[in-house]
Design a protein around this ligand. Structure first.
Ligand code: BES
Ligand code: MN
Ligand code: MN
Length: 455
């Protein structure tokens, strides 16, 4: 039996195991789910042990880490697989058509929180490796597997682990499936991710909400001020106005521009899928450049004042706004947060007090856009998907990929099995069964293709 035949034979069981994995509400952001993360990590550890890996459930200061190892031989290459078992909060609940933690297949897709990001994609590798082990009796590569429970919370404790275990984590290449295909039925190898910097702005006015007739016109309204401040963070061309924000940002190379011109244009598809009248962004850059090679600043949520039914004539006592900035290589999240804070302090009028909370962050990454490892991954994808992948970048972030390079000196192969319309971080997250299957198949070919690089 070949590994792919084994996959076919075990499809039902494989799906039901994935459903179990998806049933743990492993929401890393919420402390009420602490136990669910432990249970999920324990289940995953046991599952990997059952397949034949040597496993360790690693305690951290936060949620536990699942570590698994397979030794094939000293002279063989070592592949480090990375994924995350934690998920985003499912809210808003009322928009889900089925229970986010009770997976359900509808119209050929698995619906559940984490189905695509990242339990489903991680599980595809586990099942692919299992298929090889069960049919060939061994793997052609050494495997080290790191599946963390805090990716959606900025991987706060993982860097300490990889620093501490640096020697043990020695490998040749990292494999991560936590991105997406380029488009429907067009798989991709991703060679760059943006980083992120997180902040929150608080604007304080009067100690309590006051009557807008009595005081309106005489004192500052924190919501008005906050909007003015945030409104000044971009100029009319969509450039970010924070002094020094772009220092370190390199121009988009001619080579990259020519690569992007080769990719199919997806703007029309975006307009339709998102039901928006036009694209929007920084002047002077193409859509792909704006998505992948230019830093951004976005408000993610805004609070303040009265939100209930009808009118309420107040000057609210406070307003706040969550801000994230997507970064590119050359920008440092701490430095960018400091620059934002300084700029906001300058923008604030004397009539209010403000505070800027600076949160976690991650640097952007580029991994080699060609070379033998990428070609090997390309061949595995071509076999698994029946189609040659395109090479692209992603605008999202996977914080630990930078540490793999900076601490362990390892490049990462980013091979996503999901699609842009899989509703990750949204209600009704899904993963098409065909994509799961193609991912599992790719995962059976990948170790052989990677083994041939060094061999
Ligand atoms: N899997 C995503 C990253 C991603 C999203 C890659 C879209 C490609 C396309 C990952 O789980 C994620 O959501 N990352 C966060 C990181 C943040 C919480 C530090 C992100 O990008 O917002
Ligand atoms: Mn993810
Ligand atoms: Mn995510």
């Amino acid at each position: 039996m070949t590994p792919v035949q084994y996959l076919k034979k075990t499809e039902k069981k494989r799906l039901s195991e994935l459903f179990t994995f998806l049933s743990f509400p492993s929401v890393s952001a919420k402390s009420e789910h602490k136990k669910d993360l432990v249970a999920c990590a324990q289940w995953l550890t046991d599952h990997l042990k059952g397949i034949g890996f040597k496993t360790r459930l690693v305690k951290t200061k936060g949620h536990p880490l699942v570590y698994a190892e397979y030794k094939a031989g000293k002279n063989l290459p070592t592949i480090m697989y990375y994924g995350h078992y934690d998920v985003q909060p499912p809210e808003p609940m009322e928009l889900w058509k089925s229970n986010p933690f009770k997976a359900e297949i509808r119209g050929g897709a698995i619906y559940a929180r984490g189905a695509c990001d990242d339990k489903g994609q991680t599980f595809a590798h586990i099942k692919g490796l299992e298929a090889v082990l069960k049919t060939e009796g061994k793997l052609p590569v050494n495997v080290k597997m790191l599946i963390e429970g805090e990716e959606e919370s900025h991987s706060v404790n993982l860097p300490a682990f990889i620093r501490k275990e640096k020697k043990k984590l020695d490998a040749d290449i990292v494999v991560v499936s936590d991105t997406a295909q380029f488009s429907k039925d067009l798989p991709a190898v991703t060679f760059g991710l943006r980083g992120i910097a997180v902040a929150e702005l608080f604007v304080y006015g009067p100690t309590r909400d006051v009557h807008s007739g009595t005081f309106g016109g005489a004192i500052a309204n924190p919501i008005n001020i906050l909007c003015q401040m945030v409104g000044q963070l971009h100029d009319k061309n969509g450039h970010i106005t924070i002094p020094g924000f772009y220092s370190g940002v390199k121009p988009v190379s001619k080579w990259l521009k020519s690569q992007y011109k080769k990719l199919p244009n997806r703007e029309k598809a975006f307009l339709k899928e998102l039901n928006i009248p036009a694209m929007h962004g920084e002047k002077g850059f193409s859509t792909y450049e704006r998505m992948w090679d230019r830093p951004t600043l976005d408000c993610n949520g805004i609070k303040g004042g009265y939100q209930g039914e009808g009118a309420k004539t107040i000057i609210p006592s406070f307003a706040s706004c969550k801000i994230t900035m997507r970064l590119v290589p050359g920008q440092d999240p701490n430095d960018i947060c400091n620059k934002l804070e300084k700029h906001l302090k300058k923008l604030a009028p004397k009539s209010v007090r403000i505070k800027v909370d600076k949160g976690g962050g991650a640097k952007g990454v580029v991994v080699p856009a060609d070379g033998p490892w990428l070609e090997a991954a390309g061949r595995a994808i071509e076999k698994g998907f029946g189609k040659k992948p395109v090479f692209m970048k992603e605008g999202g972030s996977i914080p630990i990929v930078v540490d793999f390079k900076e601490v362990l000196g390892l490049d990462t192969l980013l091979i996503g099995f999901g699609q842009n319309d899989d509703n990750i971080h949204s209600p009704n997250e899904r993963f098409r069964v065909t994509d799961f299957e193609r991912g599992c198949r790719t995962a059976t070919y990948l170790p052989f293709e990677l083994a041939s690089v060094k061999g």
